[in-house]
Design a protein around this ligand. Structure first.
Ligand code: PRP
Length: 208
């Protein structure tokens, strides 16, 4: 039985469609209920919906053989997994944003609010800039508005959240997209089925 951790939400639905097209369908997953685990014994596959930021934990610890996680999560937490494929889905940018007309004079420690402490630290270390990280868990955009921070490091997809809160991108740190990941020992022992899925999904990605 191949265990697959899918990120809950719209991205997860697109990802499931790719697995389905790869021949690993599980029709019960489309039932509209609150169940989180779905199995197709005939196909030897079990899917479960998890919080997107938790997918790599399930995969790293072997509770899932494979899964789909954002590059942001992989960079932030460096889970010990194989990154197999860029799915070209869930595309966005990790960026520094600030109130319009923000000017960093470089003299004082920059206060940075973020969920992505490691990515932010690495980025500013690379610039040789002293920062004070303020770890938040969501609604990061309000931090500079309320004077909690000078800037934020966060994900920008459409840019609407920034715009509606009078913030703008100061610099783009890196592009982000969803990645197919595998548990290291599962990949060794189930290489045939994992590689089969990987090939089919790669064909679908290449066609788009
Ligand atoms: C993410 C991110 C931004 C927003 C960006 O938030 O942290 O707030 O999406 O998307 P946009 O550029 O399309 O507006 P999420 O919805 O995950 O909520 P949270 O971080 O506030 O929990």
């Amino acid at each position: 039985m191949l265990n697959v951790a899918l990120p809950k939400g719209r991205l997860g639905e697109k990802v499931y469609a790719m697995f389905e097209a790869a021949g690993y369908e599980c029709p019960s997953i489309k039932e509209n209920n609150r169940k989180l685990i779905f199995e197709n014994a005939e196909k030897g596959v079990r899917y479960f919906w998890v919080k997107p930021s938790d997918v790599s934990i399930y995969v790293e610890r072997g509770a899932a053989d494979i899964g789909v996680a954002g590059k942001d999560i992989l960079l932030e937490y460096s889970p010990d997994v194989y990154e197999l494929l860029d799915l070209n889905l869930g595309k966005c940018r990790m960026a520094v944003a600030a109130p319009k007309n923000f000017y960093d004079d470089g003299d004082r420690t920059l206060r940075v609010a973020t969920k992505f402490c490691s990515i932010a630290s690495d980025y500013y270390a690379g610039l040789g800039r002293d920062i004070d990280i303020i770890k938040l868990n969501g609604s990061i955009e309000i931090a500079p508005i309320l004077g909690l921070s000078d800037v934020i490091v966060d994900i920008v997809e459409t840019g609407t959240t920034l715009k509606e809160n009078d913030l703008e991108v100061v610099s783009v740190i890196l592009p982000i997209s969803a990645r197919l990941i595998a548990n290291k020992s599962s990949f060794k022992f189930n290489s045939e089925s994992i590689e089969k899925i990987m090939r089919s999904i790669k064909e679908q990605v290449d066609k788009k």
